[in-house]
Design a protein around this ligand. Structure first.
Ligand SMILES: [Zn+2]
Ligand SMILES: [Zn+2]
Ligand SMILES: [Zn+2]
Ligand SMILES: [Zn+2]
Ligand SMILES: [Zn+2]
Ligand SMILES: [Zn+2]
Ligand SMILES: [Zn+2]
Length: 1754
């Protein structure tokens, strides 16, 4: 069937290809009815090309379409072969000075914070790098797709609109040139014809809605019964739902279903079945049925194949148009004309209108294609952009209505184009004046929020899900409004004024619907049953915040507009509250001889709302008026006469009282929604247009009324009127405990009220309120933030309000108020407050939260104490008020205020019960302080003709009047000064009295007014104490200096500890574990130390005592005692790998005996160095396991460690472990001491003896393995074979270790085997000992690499956990043979030995180029005792070690010479050294044995150098190995870094300094050995260049190089597409830092199966690249990802920092990021040290949520 279809398709193709584009276009040129002709062509061919089967063949379709359908059009346009025609057009075209590059998803975009008109103006990377902005303050973001580069748009940039490339095209722009003049009349006419037909065709077919019928002029004669079941995208159903449904409905595999779902998500639709109508209909009904249960069903259509075919071609056509107009601006102009030409149906009927108006009905793929066409055509042509903008504005309401109904994201809606017009200043202004855009937007917005209460206010309560959904969508309209307002007019026309005010009216209507919304009533008795909805209202407020501010900014620009707006706003406010009584009962209050009319209203009993946008807008406008010139010159012209101050203050005051009552706990029963509202009311995101403006409104009110009246109203609203009007209120409650709650509540309310008064008088840093500018305001904010604590840049930014351009204005002032402290290896850069700014600190700063206030207070007092100052925190000196607000200060000296102060001080003096509080007193003291500061300033700034009317000092010195006869405030303060219960406030009172005296002095000296007589005692006292004080001060300074030095020193010490944390911790650990390891100290310091061989330095046996961390018992490490173990973690590693492509797919069969020199996968063992009894550990481990199993069953929780795999956490340090290493004494000493002969064989003799012994073993084994042979034959053979002297193969030595130690040897051996090979544990497997030796060798190699890379000495101070680990590991590996089968170990030895001394009986031995010599050395040395223990001929173990070492060293030298880089070095040497001559001789021998295949002899100097360099790592590893094996202390020379220590190493390792001497000493055997090594066929192949080999020294692996600038990584990732699907979307491009591969992470498309489970691309990659461990950079998130296995992972801070020393995880802030080399090095260190898994473990222990993440899907 399939092949039949295939051949049919091919047959069609052939006939199609015969069709000639030239002929067709010729026919068209002759046609009288071109449209009919072209349509016929399309009707005939399109269904033959597209949609021929179940799956699309995009390449073939494109090829055919180009040939048959598009080709003729191109011919037609050009009138000749387009291959010549288009280049001609291109040449005559003047390239555009606009870039217009359309952004892909994830592409980096740049905005200049200095020059961009608004943050939506962005550049592509290429333009940015060629622009002046790269040296400015810029911001980098990643595009969400859509939008284009604004390079060349002069309106978008205040400066530098062109990059270098686009600048070139600007030289000749004159005015507006018609691009059509570059085209011939003919081309214009033909292009117009064909564009008109094709554009119409595409629009018609894409918006076609019938499912089985084509438009009449495209209908076919014969129609097949072929249909598609088309599935459409929606935003309701999840991926999983779709995949599940598809598997059911169309019977496909999960993989296919994933494919379908992914395409649907990307393109918006995908056919999921092809066949006859019935067949497709059936699938449709299953899908609909399956998805309609909870939500609306998935959209599915059964469509005739020909319709789909035409639609596919329609899309192709649109992209074709887009590319054709790229040839010439003239063509683009024609297409614009065609697109915007009004159609037959009149207004809004052009092709572009038709597309826009059916936007919400189109599928995603179609939308993005035509949006792109609009961007490359209409938006690139400045003339038509304007016309298009007008059309867009005309259709605005309808488009928004459609968008509301549509369920797609805004990014794929045509409404998202608004940003392209609305942010362009001239366009926006034109649209405002000509299309009344502001009003249109606001009205559209209001239309969609219909839900209102009886008063016409918005109501969000009982909102349905659908309404909530619409509400979210409608918010984009606010964004549009913001765009329109973002660039402010520099000039106003009358038209603009009129239209703006019209828009302002509409806006007021909107705010009116918000004024008083969501009112609340205090809940008494019971708690509220349901938390009322509050978020919607706040969302609205939050979204509108910037718009409200911008409205004010606009008003501020034109006085006429401002005054008009002010009047309008006031009128609306009056409407809102119907005058001020609002129907409430009037009452009158009197107090201290003043009386005032007000209303009866209690916040705690009646409705109150937090939303008062109209009042707040009026407050904002009032401040602007106050700032304006009119206010200074002709205040009478301001529309202030209509204001009724009591009405203005009423509602803001209620709101503030509400906050106070909530704070006093009176609204507890109203639940969290209220708490949240109060929180947001003060929050930085809202406060600017909420809380701040309420304060301003009260300030406005107070400045216009009698302060006594204001205070009385305020007392009444705070419900405190009775407290202060009742005589002896304080006394009444002093002993009465029944009203405790009420009293406390009242106390809080009094505190809050005093705080409010402080704010009203003190908050004058908004320009317009006080005589300050915007800089002063922001400075003050920063000073107060930094008074709390030093802060990082981002923290500070977050605490400051952002304007509509996302700017806080912080950068311009930060240097004036703070010092920057750079970050270290971790942490962030910090800003610290400059000490001289501390005097501006105001404890009652109005943006402090309670917590911040108390923190700041504490910090500031501490600072003062440190500086040896008094701890008073007096109010700072304040700037003067603007004239409109000037009378506000009088509130401080008003009668009511003084009465309140007096009363509270009285309470404090009498100190009765709980009728007062310290904070109350503190606030009164602050207020008094403020009044004094005010008076002092008035006096200091007084001019001749003015009389200072602020006479606070006079008033407070007067005693109270009859009948109370209370003492004066001053007198009470003096009393309180000595009160022992007010210790904290003593300094403040002292400060007040001092200031009082200072003022008195000023007054006296200027004698502007008589001063009342006061007690002079204080003055006298101060002068008497003056001398004393001076002396004291000097002593103080001296002590201070001393203390400072001390502090510096301790700081330095702390720094040292920080920097050397690891070292420090280790010393601590050492103390803690009390492991008395001493053998690093040179015991035998005078001798030359030798680590091995018969000349090995004898070290006196040391006893070692250790303490178990679990039971705290001390024990000696001995052969026969109970085992002590170290917690250890064994892991596979590819850190040293030189070949990451190697993959071992069958671990069961893998033979690890020989390690390849590419070290592609090793087994690393690490330990935290904590020691336990084996049995204590076992008990601990069992209990952990049992506990975890229970927990997992119960909670289904994951842990940071995998219990089933034997993992546990070290009980002391919580380090991840998976086994334990037994602690042993040097194992050689146990066997060595048995025999000691002086006469030892030389290398030649030794090799001969060993070869004989091996042969004997082989003979024995052969017999043993042939059971049929009679035992008599056996004996005969034995006789024939000359048995080596003293060799007793039947001897089996006794294992000296205790049972417990033996058990641990097996445990650790098995663990190494299990982890290293990834197999099931099997202690009998012959590979167990090999894995143990391998792990020992690999771990030593890893450590050697780290030490060398870091230039640390080989035997320098090693962290003691490493030292412990290496010692135990080496000794363990050396002892392991005692628990393995003797014959197995002997077998391994024989085979290893055969690789160097061939004996013909092993076939599969690699050549010496393919053996890692250090692994070979370790294997041979550690297996040797198994052979030696049966040898009674007198050869000692030491001799064997030495000969093995020499033999392997020789092989390594040959290996190095064979692979050394033999570039010709023609220099002849003058005086070759002995070594150089020797190495030349050896090289000649090699040359000879390789049959001259080795290259010509280079110079000796060069050869010797490469041998020395190549062998160094091996020598170093060997030195470590023998040091730990035999316990010989290291020579002191190697304990320091510096020189290469080649000679010292040779001495220590018992090697001649001239290494080649080894060959000369043993010349009898060397030639035959060299011959056997060189004659190997692999060596030959290598020398012939047919294969490769590892060279020495191997270079250390590094993590990949990262670019300095982070954006180039983003750019790289944006060019990366999913390797499986192609296309342009990879959601989470992730870079492997080990090998540099980019992966498509966290996505269905790239999931693969690993060990039977679906895993994401990263996890899959770790298995091939890192043996399960991975280090990645998530490029879009700017986050480092560590992975280990399938279940473990964590995020790590990235090595990229911004200029403020901070990382930007998630790329939210967009500051430019640069590589921090030190941090990157630290990550590399973690990798080299094999600490990634440990790091993950610690992160997961610290943050449990990390455990729950599905790491395997990343
Ligand atoms: Zn660009
Ligand atoms: Zn450019
Ligand atoms: Zn700039
Ligand atoms: Zn113990
Ligand atoms: Zn530990
Ligand atoms: Zn993918
Ligand atoms: Zn990799």
């Amino acid at each position: 069937m399939a092949s039949e279809l295939e051949s049919e398709v091919q047959a069609i193709d052939r006939s199609l290809l015969e069709c000639s584009p030239e002929e067709t276009s010729g026919k068209w040129l002759q046609a009288t009815d071109l449209t009919r002709e072209v349509y016929q062509h399309l009707a005939h061919y399109v269904p033959k090309i597209y949609c021929r089967g179940p799956n699309p063949f995009p390449q073939k379709e494109d090829m055919l379409a180009q040939h048959i359908l598009l080709g003729p059009m191109e011919w037609y346009i050009c009138g000749e072969d387009p291959a010549f025609g288009f280049p001609k057009l291109e040449q005559s075209n003047k390239p555009s000075h606009l870039c217009g590059r359309v952004f892909k998803v994830g592409e980096p975009t740049y905005s200049c914070r200095d020059c961009a008109v608004d943050p939506t103006c962005v550049l592509c990377m290429e333009c940015f790098l060629g622009s002046i902005h790269r040296d400015h303050r810029y911001r980098m973001t990643t595009s969400g797709g859509g939008g284009f580069c604004d390079c060349g748009d002069t309106e978008a940039w205040k400066e530098g609109p062109y990059c270098q490339k686009h600048e070139l095209n600007t030289s000749e722009i004159e005015e507006e040139e018609d691009p059509l003049i570059h085209l011939s009349e003919d081309v214009i006419a033909r292009t117009y014809n064909i564009f008109a037909i094709m554009f119409r065709y595409a629009v018609e077919i894409l918006t076609w809605e019938k499912e089985s019928e084509l438009p009449a002029d495209l209908e076919m004669v014969e129609k097949s019964d072929t249909y598609y079941c088309m599935l459409f995208n929606d935003e309701v159903h999840t991926y999983e739902q779709v995949i599940y449904t598809l598997q059911k409905a169309v019977n496909c595999t999960q993989k296919e279903a994933i494919g379908f779902a992914t395409t649907v998500d990307r393109d918006g639709r995908r056919s999921v079945r092809y066949g006859d109508f019935q067949y497709c209909e059936q699938a449709k009904s299953v899908i609909v049925r399956n998805t309609s249960r909870q939500t609306k069903p998935l959209k599915v259509q059964v469509m005739h194949s020909s319709i789909v075919a035409h639609q596919n071609f329609g899309l192709k056509l649109l992209s074709w148009l887009g590319s054709i107009i790229g040839y010439s601006d003239g063509l683009r102009r024609i297409l614009c004309q065609v697109g915007l030409q009004e159609g037959p149906d009149g207004e809004n009927s052009s092709l572009v209108d038709r597309l826009m108006l059916s936007d919400s009905k189109l599928w995603k793929g179609a939308r993005s294609v035509y949006h792109q066409l609009l961007m490359s055509s209409l938006l690139m042509d400045l003339k038509y952009k304007k016309l298009f903008a007008v059309q867009f504005a005309k259709n605005y309401q309808q488009l928004q209505r459609d968008f509301m109904e549509d369920d797609h994201e805004r990014a794929v809606s045509v409404t998202a184009l608004s940003v392209q017009f609305f942010t362009a200043p001239t366009l926006a202004r034109m649209l405002i004046t000509e299309e009344n855009l502001m009003t249109v937007i606001i009205k559209t917005f209001m239309d969609h929020l219909r839900h209102r209460d009886a008063q016409g206010r918005f109501q969000f309560e009982r909102y349905t899900a659908l309404q909530a959904f619409k509400f979210r969508r409608v918010q984009s309209l606010i964004l549009d409004l913001k765009y329109v307002l973002i660039s402010k007019p520099t000039e106003w026309s009358d038209d603009l004024r009129q239209k703006f005010l019209e828009g302002f009216d509409a806006f007021l209507e909107l705010l009116k619907c918000m004024q008083g919304m969501d009112p609340i009533t205090r809940q008494v008795g019971q708690h509220i049953e349901m938390e009322p909805e509050w978020e919607a209202a706040f969302t609205l407020q939050m979204k509108l915040t910037h718009v409200i501010s911008m409205m004010q900014d606009w008003c501020a620009l034109d006085e006429k507009v401002l005054i008009e707006a002010y009047k309008k706003c006031l009128a609306v406010l009056m409407q809102c509250h119907g005058g001020f009584t609002d129907g409430e009962q009037p009452i009158s209050l009197s107090f201290c001889g003043h009386s005032v009319e007000t209303i009866r209203y209690c916040v705690s009993q009646e409705k109150v709302s937090i939303h008062l946008p109209v009042s707040r807008l009026l407050a904002g406008l009032h401040v602007l008026l106050s700032k304006s010139e009119v206010a200074y010159k002709f205040p009478e012209l301001l529309p202030l006469s209509e204001l009724s101050p009591p009405m203005l203050i009423e509602h803001p005051l209620r709101c503030l009282v509400l906050c106070a009552q909530v704070h006093a706990g009176m609204w507890r029963r109203n639940g969290f929604s209220l708490v949240n509202q109060i929180y947001y009311y003060h929050d930085v995101k809202c406060r600017r247009e909420m809380f701040d403006k309420d304060i301003v409104m009260l300030q406005t009110g107070v400045s216009m009324m009698d302060p006594n009246h204001f205070l009385m109203i305020m007392l009444s609203r705070f419900e405190l009127y009775h407290v202060f009007s009742t005589q002896d209120y304080g006394k009444r409650f002093c002993s009465d405990i029944t009203h405790k709650d009420v009293v406390q509540q009242n106390n809080t309310l009094i505190e809050e009220m005093l705080y409010l008064i402080i704010m009203l008088v003190g908050e004058r840093f908004s320009p317009g309120v006080g005589q300050v500018n915007a800089t002063d305001e922001i400075k003050r904010e920063i000073i107060h933030q930094l008074s709390i604590k030093p802060m990082a840049h981002s923290e500070l930014v977050k605490s400051l309000p952002e304007d509509e351009n996302k700017e806080t204005g912080m950068e311009s002032v930060i240097e004036a108020v703070a010092h920057f402290k750079k970050p270290g290896l971790t942490g962030r850069g910090m800003y610290e407050l400059k000490p001289e700014c501390a005097k501006e600190f105001n404890l009652y700063f109005y943006h402090f939260s309670r917590a911040e206030q108390s923190k700041a207070e504490e910090a500031q007092r501490k600072l003062k104490r440190k500086n040896r100052e008094d701890t008073a925190l007096p109010p700072p000196v304040l700037p003067p008020f603007c004239p409109l607000f000037a009378s506000l200060v009088n509130i401080l000296q008003s009668d009511v205020m003084l009465y309140i102060m007096e009363t509270i001080l009285q309470w404090a003096v009498e100190r009765n019960g709980y009728a007062w509080s310290e904070s109350m007193l503190q606030r009164v003291l602050h207020l008094i302080g403020m009044a004094l500061q005010e008076e002092k300033q008035h006096l200091e700034n007084v001019t001749e003709e003015h009389v200072v009317t602020f006479t606070f000092t006079l008033k407070i010195s007067k005693p109270g009047e009859a009948p109370n006869n209370t003492p004066s405030i001053l007198a009470m303060l003096e009393t309180l000064q000595n009160a022992p219960y007010l210790e904290v406030h003593k300094d403040m009172i002292k400060w007040i009295l001092k200031t009082f005296n200072a003022i008195k002095k000023i007054r006296e000296s200027s004698s502007t007014s008589p001063v009342a007589e006061t007690e002079g005692t204080i003055m006298e006292e101060t002068s008497r104490d003056k001398d004393k004080a001076e002396r004291k001060r000097k002593a103080e300074i001296a002590r201070l200096r001393r203390e400072k030095i001390m502090a510096q020193m301790s700081e330095m010490q702390r720094h040292f500890i920080d920097e050397n944390k690891e070292l420090f911790q280790q010393t601590l650990e050492l103390d803690a574990s009390t492991s008395a390891v001493l053998d690093n100290s040179p015991v035998v310091s005078d001798m030359t130390l030798t680590a091995l061989g018969p000349a090995q330095t004898q070290v006196p046996e040391q006893r070692q005592f250790v303490t178990c961390i679990l039971c705290q018992e001390e024990q000696e490490v001995k052969v026969e005692s109970k085992a002590m173990v170290l917690a250890a973690f064994v892991q596979r590693s590819t850190v040293l790998s030189k070949n990451r492509s190697k993959f071992n797919d069958d671990p069961e069969k893998y033979d690890p005996l020989f390690m390849h020199p590419d070290l592609s996968c090793g087994t690393y063992t690490g330990s935290c160095g904590h020691i336990m009894h084996a049995h204590c550990w076992q008990r601990y481990f069992d209990s952990v396991q049992a506990k975890e199993q229970r927990r997992q069953q119960r909670l289904r929780l994951h842990t940071s460690y995998d219990v089933e795999n034997g993992e546990f956490l070290c009980p002391l340090c919580e380090c991840l472990s998976n086994t334990v290493i037994p602690l042993l004494l040097p194992p050689r000493n146990i066997f060595k001491s048995r025999l000691n002969f002086s006469d030892q064989p030389n290398l030649t003799q030794w090799i001969r003896t060993i070869s004989q012994q091996i042969k004997a073993l082989q003979v024995l084994r052969k017999e043993g393995s042939t059971p049929n042979t009679a035992s008599s034959d056996n004996l005969e053979n034995m006789d024939e074979f000359h048995f080596p002297e003293g060799f007793r193969p039947d001897f089996h030595p006794k294992n000296p270790y205790s049972e417990s130690i033996k058990e641990m040897l097996t445990t650790f051996g098995t663990a190494t085997y299990k982890v290293g090979l990834k197999v099931h544990p099997n202690e009998e497997d012959p590979r167990v000992p090999i894995m143990c030796w391998g792990s020992c060798a690999y771990t030593i190699q890893s450590i050697e690499r780290i030490l060398t890379d870091e230039d640390r000495p080989l035997f320098g101070p090693l962290p003691c956990r490493l030292d412990d680990c290496l010692r135990s590991l080496t000794r363990f590996a050396a002892a392991h043979w005692t628990v393995a089968s003797l014959s197995v170990v002997q077998g391994h030895f024989c085979k290893l030995f055969a690789s160097l001394v061939p004996n013909g009986s092993h076939g599969d031995i690699p050549c010496i180029l393919d053996i890692d010599m250090f692994h070979l050395l370790v294997g041979l040395v550690l297996a040797f005792p198994a052979l030696q223990c049966q040898d009674f001929s007198g050869i000692s173990l030491d001799t064997g070690d030495l000969h093995i070492f020499h033999l392997v060293t020789m092989a390594h030298i040959v290996q190095i010479l064979l692979t050394s880089c033999t570039e010709e070095n023609g220099m002849d040497q003058e005086n070759p050294t002995e070594e150089e001559l020797a190495v030349l001789a050896l090289y000649k021998t090699l040359h000879w044995y390789t049959g001259s295949a080795l290259k010509e002899i280079p110079c000796g100097w060069h050869l010797w150098r490469s041998v020395r360099a190549g062998i160094m790592p091996f020598l170093k590893c060997s030195a470590l190995f023998f040091h730990y094996l035999n316990g010989v202390p290291s020579p002191p020379d190697i304990q320091v870094s510096g020189t290469s220590h080649f000679e010292h190493l040779c001495n220590y390792l018992s090697l001649p300094n001239n290494l080649i001497g080894l060959f000369q000493e043993n010349s009898e055997i060397t030639n035959s050995l060299i011959e056997s090594w060189c004659r190997n066929s692999e060596v030959k192949r290598y020398l012939e260049g047919k294969r490769d080999a590892i060279r020495y020294p191997r270079e250390s692996n590094k993590l990949i190089d990262l670019p300095e600038d982070y954006s180039s990584l983003i750019n790289q990732a944006s060019n990366f597409s999913c390797p499986k699907l192609g296309g342009d979307k990879s959601r989470a491009p992730t870079l492997c830092l080990v090998c540099g591969t980019l992966l498509c992470s966290q996505s269905y498309c790239c999931q693969t199966e690993l060990e039977g489970e679906d895993v994401g691309a990263c996890t899959a990659h770790t298995y091939s690249c890192g043996s399960g461990v991975g280090i990645f950079l998530r490029v879009r998130e700017c986050q480092v990802l560590f992975l280990a296995g399938k279940t473990k992972g964590c995020f790590y801070s990235p090595p990229y920092l911004d200029d403020y020393g901070e990382t930007d995880q998630g790329l939210r802030r967009g500051n430019p990021l640069h590589l921090c080399k030190e941090r990157f090095k630290k990550i590399q260190m973690l990798w080299h040290q094999h600490s990634i898994t440990e790091e993950i473990g610690h992160a997961q222990e610290a943050n449990q949520t990390l455990v729950g993440i599905d790491w395997q899907h990343l």
